[in-house]
Design a protein around this ligand. Structure first.
Ligand SMILES: *[C@@H]1O[C@H](CO)[C@@H](O)[C@H](O)[C@H]1NC(C)=O
Ligand SMILES: *[C@@H]1O[C@H](CO)[C@@H](O)[C@H](O)[C@H]1NC(C)=O
Ligand SMILES: *[C@@H]1O[C@H](CO)[C@@H](O)[C@H](O)[C@H]1NC(C)=O
Length: 491
């Protein structure tokens, strides 16, 4: 039962459709301005229906009907006064095919066109075609130069001018902002769409990618406008190039002032905390070149960079030191010192063995050993001098060398001790042997200790141990014992 009702319904519905489709028109026609359009119309299967007259009615807006073309089999064609007068004509004068052509279409021609038959006995029958006027929008996009700040401002604009139908604007970007769009109807029937991207621009947003995409019916694909945000901000300044090694007399010291800014910084100003630059410091753009390091550059340098939005400053305190570090670095210096020390140790062992043999020989010959308790004032003196009167260090070094040759003779009474003693001497040798190369040419007593320890930082502790051992050399087997213990650490 139900299914038969359904079938009946379908039949009724389809007969309705067939009936309404007796006036055949295209549902939609598109045209660009100045083109001609054909609006086709046909009365199919009139059967016994009598066609009296056909009219084309234009509806720009709903309910506002206007006759633009009429055909009567007896009275012929008629084109009532309208905006189409002179531009509209029937393509063939017949009731069955009352198609019309409109020339030089305008944007304002967009709307509904109804092909309406007056028939007998069924009355009016009609079909409607919508004419869609197309207009390619004039698209453009541009970033807006903004200043960094916390307020939301427009950072980019995108426009689709005078399009029909209205264009759609979207944005693609990693920026944290939002956009809105407005559509404005133009007098010619087109629509102008404008969109703005807004955000609180940070300096880090400068150069960020942002793309506007405009989609519109007349375009095969969305038109894209890749852009980069332009955010201006005052300079952020940093000084680079200071290597903590501005020693007296150095000729290639320099500082470089780096400024992050938009627009770019063109002027850098170098000053010092005390005011003007020292005579030896020359400015070359963002670089400060120190022609010769002396006390005058032992100061705080300030670099100031300005752009149109403001200025930024940074300062750096240069500490001038007496003598430069080993270029290869402290570690290499230490290794070299260690090698020298090892060589010296070998030599001393050789010398010690030779002397020991000589002593054995003379013992056999009945010669008494030489007095073996001479306090080593020379040694003490030299050590102290070395530490506190570095000006005499050259002498000190030469004194130290022969000392080690004498050393074995102090302790020749026992067989074991000379070895210990040799080690003791050897211990001090590397320290003394390593340091002089760094001290040479240095005429600055205050800097002495610092420089020495700077030169050989890894050996600082054992160095001091040795120094202490050397302080009381008269000593003390204990002292020597300690030195002996620390020997493996060095070698
Ligand atoms: C249409 O044609 C007229 C004159 O032929 C011309 O001035 C006008 O620019 C044209 N419009 C378009 C949209 O092409
Ligand atoms: C976006 O919104 C702001 C504030 O609501 C308004 O002033 C501006 O005109 C709008 N811009 C567009 C293109 O819609
Ligand atoms: C550099 O200045 C500091 C303190 O401002 C001072 O301690 C140091 O001795 C000075 N160095 C030289 C080489 O004048």
């Amino acid at each position: 039962m139900g299914s038969s009702w359904l079938i009946l319904g379908v039949i009724l519905l389809s007969s309705q459709v067939v009936r309404s489709q007796r006036v055949r028109v295209l549902p939609e026609v598109e045209a660009y301005p100045n083109e001609s359009v054909n609006l086709r119309c046909e009365f199919t299967n009139p059967g016994s229906t009598k066609l009296t007259q056909v009219s084309w009615i234009f509806e720009a807006t709903e309910g506002h009907r206007e006759n633009i073309a009429v055909f009567h089999p007896t009275y012929g064609e008629s084109f009532p006064k309208s905006a189409f007068k002179g531009r509209v004509q029937f393509t063939q004068a017949s009731l069955e095919y009352p198609s019309i052509r409109i020339d030089s279409v305008r944007m304002s021609d967009a709307g509904r066109y109804t092909c309406e038959y007056a028939t007998y006995p069924s009355g009016n029958e009609q079909g409607t075609t919508t004419l869609i006027m197309l207009a390619k929008p004039k698209n453009s996009a541009t970033p807006v130069v903004v200043q960094a700040g916390s307020a939301k401002v427009v950072v980019a604009r995108c426009e689709a001018l005078q399009g029909k139908p209205a264009a759609t604007v979207t944005w693609v970007t990693g920026a944290m902002g939002e956009y809105n769009s407005t559509s404005q109807a133009e007098s010619d029937g087109t629509v102008t769409v404008k969109s703005e991207y807004r955000m609180a621009p940070a300096s880090t947003d400068n150069g960020r990618d942002i793309t506007c995409m405009i989609s519109q019916r007349t375009q095969d694909r969305p038109q894209t406008f890749p852009m980069k945000l332009v955010v201006q901000y005052p300079p952020t300044v940093r000084i680079e190039g200071y290597d903590n090694n501005w020693y007296m007399g150095r000729t290639d010291a320099s500082l470089t002032c780096h400024a992050d800014a938009n627009p770019k910084v063109v002027d850098f100003t170098w000053t010092t905390l005390s005011g003007n630059l020292p005579a030896t410091a020359k400015v070359d753009q963002n670089r400060l070149l120190v022609q010769k390091v002396d006390e005058s550059v032992n100061t705080t340098f300030i670099c100031e960079a300005k752009n149109s939005l403001g200025s930024g400053k940074s300062q750096l305190t240069a500490a001038v030191i007496a003598k430069g570090k080993q270029p290869q670095g402290a570690l290499t210096g230490g290794v070299v010192g260690g090698i020298i020390g090892a060589v010296v140790i070998l030599c001393l062992i050789g010398a010690g063995v030779a002397m020991y043999r000589k002593w054995l020989q003379s013992a056999e010959n009945g010669d008494g050993p030489p007095k073996h308790k001479p306090p080593p004032p020379v040694k003490t003196g030299s050590s102290t001098e070395m530490l506190h009167k570095p000006k005499d260090q050259t002498m000190t070094v030469t004194e130290t060398q022969p000392l080690s040759n004498y050393a074995p003779s102090y302790y020749e009474t026992t067989a074991a001790e000379p070895v210990t003693d040799l080690d003791d001497e050897n211990l001090s040798s590397p320290a003394n042997g390593g340091a002089p190369s760094a001290w040479e040419g240095s005429g600055h007593p205050p800097g002495m200790d610092e420089t020495a320890s700077d030169a050989l930082p890894p050996y600082e502790p054992s160095n001091h141990d040795n120094v202490e051992a050397n302080h009381e050399p008269a000593a003390a087997n204990i002292a020597r014992g300690e030195s002996f213990v620390s020997a493996p650490m060095l070698v």
